[in-house]
Design a binder for this molecule. Structure first.
Ligand SMILES: C[S@@+](CC[C@H](N)C(=O)[O-])C[C@H]1O[C@@H](n2cnc3c(N)ncnc32)[C@H](O)[C@@H]1O
Length: 208
């Protein structure tokens, strides 16, 4: 409790800092305070009926928001490589009655998505987990996307300073330039980027 109060007090002292002034400091200790999930979903421009893949879905933080966005005629593939996680996701899917969510236990180098069907691939805090042949991973992923398909990547910044550096965990980030370079090497075009997330880069790529 003391730590939380100290943390908030420190943040409050820093409200003059330009990058921080957009934030609601009283909620920053909570993920929604820095993850801004509604703004992320809105920025993705998802249409009802879209097929979206949430690669590295984890606890489903974004999976169920994506499921709402695509609606009952759409589909969300919740992809993860950890069997405990996919079993928990299966449970959450049935608990929430989210019948437009399909859980996939993927392979490290292949999300096992159906070819040519995906409108949007979304990754949050997962890009840095895909280690090894990352350019090959995203190059192969192109076969799963429709011709107008997109890939949206949200991943921790590597250059957090001041109070925001408290959020950084060594290695759990990707330098923005590396992300842009690798995705270009994998055959994507950088379509847009957003700077409203305080501790993460948020970039969108298209296949053509
Ligand atoms: C930090 S969690 C992010 C979870 C979720 N996206 C979120 O924002 O809360 C990263 C997840 O990626 C998964 N993961 C790691 N490597 C992966 C891979 N090659 N393909 C799919 N998922 C992977 C991990 O099992 C873990 O659940």
């Amino acid at each position: 409790m003391k730590k939380t109060v100290l943390f908030i007090a420190l943040l409050t002292c820093l409200t003059g800092c330009s990058g921080l002034s957009k934030l609601d400091f009283w909620t920053l200790y909570d993920r929604a305070g820095w993850q801004l999930p509604e703004q992320v979903i809105e920025s993705l421009n998802i249409n009802l009926g879209d097929h979206v893949a949430d690669i590295g879905a984890g606890g489903g933080y974004f999976t169920f928001l994506l499921a709402e966005a695509v609606g009952p005629t759409g589909r969300v593939y919740a992809v993860d490589v950890d069997m405990d996680i996919t079993e928990e996701l299966e449970y959450l899917v049935s608990e929430n009655g989210a019948f437009n969510v399909v859980v996939i236990l993927a392979e490290l180098e292949d999300p096992l998505l159906p070819d040519g069907t995906i409108d949007l691939v979304f990754l949050c805090n997962t890009y840095h987990h895909i280690i090894g042949r990352r350019v090959d991973y995203f190059s192969n992923l192109r076969t799963d996307l429709k011709s107008e398909g997109r890939v949206a990547i949200v991943d921790m910044k590597d250059d957090l300073t001041g109070i925001l550096s408290l959020f950084a965990t060594e290695g759990h980030w990707t330098p923005r330039q590396l992300l842009l370079t690798e995705m270009e090497q994998a055959g994507y075009r950088h379509q847009s980027g957003f700077d409203f997330l305080p501790i993460q880069n948020f970039e969108i790529f298209s296949v053509n």
